[in-house]
Design a protein. Structure first.
Length: 184
């Protein structure tokens, strides 16, 4: 008997080398199954490699992702912090414009005691109040969730009032503190 090569599936012994051509692969599988022969595939090793990633490959990918996060995250957080400061500046300038409208109607800025609440509800003793100057019943907050601080008269030279945010930590010491964001 001569060994006949059957594709990549199995070496088998047949009486005639052209047996497979005459009877087909289906016949061989049925005959092999009846004899208890299971086909051994040479490409099983290739198949195992295709099933997933090795531990080393996963570790390399995780290391690359860690490096990217380590490099990109601080820059993204800096951008987020500077964006909140810009929003605080814009909110303060918008409130300063609303305070100017209040002054045009009433003739003066609200006192420190009246505060920014005078922009929503009419303060006592004011005759020409044409508000509300802000929408809603709640005073606006800075981007960090803290209320804006208002003082009139100003404690700074050449300003009629102080309007500022306490900044990200919410604990500015007062006028002149570099963490506070002021009206200009």
């Amino acid at each position: 008997m001569q060994p006949a090569r059957i594709g990549v599936e199995q070496n088998a012994c047949f009486k005639h080398p052209d047996h497979l051509k005459r009877h087909g692969i289906r016949h061989w599988r049925e005959a092999a199954a009846s004899r208890g022969i299971t086909p051994k595939r040479e490409y099983d090793g290739d198949r195992r490699r295709e099933r997933g990633f090795t531990l080393l490959e996963l570790l390399v990918v995780l290391a690359i992702l860690g490096l990217l996060v380590g490099l990109v995250a601080p820059a993204a957080l800096r951008q987020l912090g500077s964006a909140k400061e810009k929003i605080a500046h814009q909110s303060i300038e918008r409130l300063a414009t609303v305070l100017d409208m209040f002054k045009l109607d009433v003739g003066r800025y609200p006192s420190t005691e009246q505060g920014l609440q005078a922009l929503i509800t009419p303060p006592t003793g004011v005759n020409r109040w044409a508000g509300p100057y802000l929408k809603g019943d709640k005073l606006p907050e800075d981007p960090w969730g803290h209320p804006f601080v208002y003082r009139s008269p100003s404690q700074r030279p050449n300003h009629e009032f102080d309007l500022y945010s306490l900044g990200p930590n919410g604990q500015a010491a007062g006028p002149g503190d570099p963490s506070a964001i002021y009206n200009e």
